[in-house]
Design a protein. Structure first.
Length: 99
């Protein structure tokens, strides 16, 4: 599981019939160095090199920090149905504390 920050949403005109009801989020994956910059009013010096499209049925919005399950674990909440998901918003994070 990784931590990501929601940057925005994606709108589809057509979708796979097996796709569950929810939203697709554009997310930026965060590492420890990136999280240190999150509370800085000037932001990070440079963007993260990786972004993800994450399925969300919890209601995360732009700016939310989320926990992302990937690969087979992303489809686990929908079993026994087969869904075309590679990343799933498993939790909306209220607080991140780094020591």
């Amino acid at each position: 599981m990784r931590i990501a920050q929601v940057m925005g949403t994606i709108t589809l005109s057509l979708k796979d019939r097996n796709m569950p009801t929810g939203r697709l989020l554009v997310c930026e994956v965060l590492d420890t160095h990136a999280m240190a910059w999150l509370d800085n009013k000037f932001g990070r010096k440079s963007p993260m090199p990786e972004s993800l499209i994450v399925f969300d049925d919890l209601g995360a919005g732009a700016g939310s920090r989320i926990a992302v399950a990937e690969s087979g674990e992303a489809a686990a909440p929908f079993k026994p149905d087969r869904v075309p998901l590679d990343a799933y918003c498993a939790a909306i994070l209220d607080e991140i504390v780094l020591d």
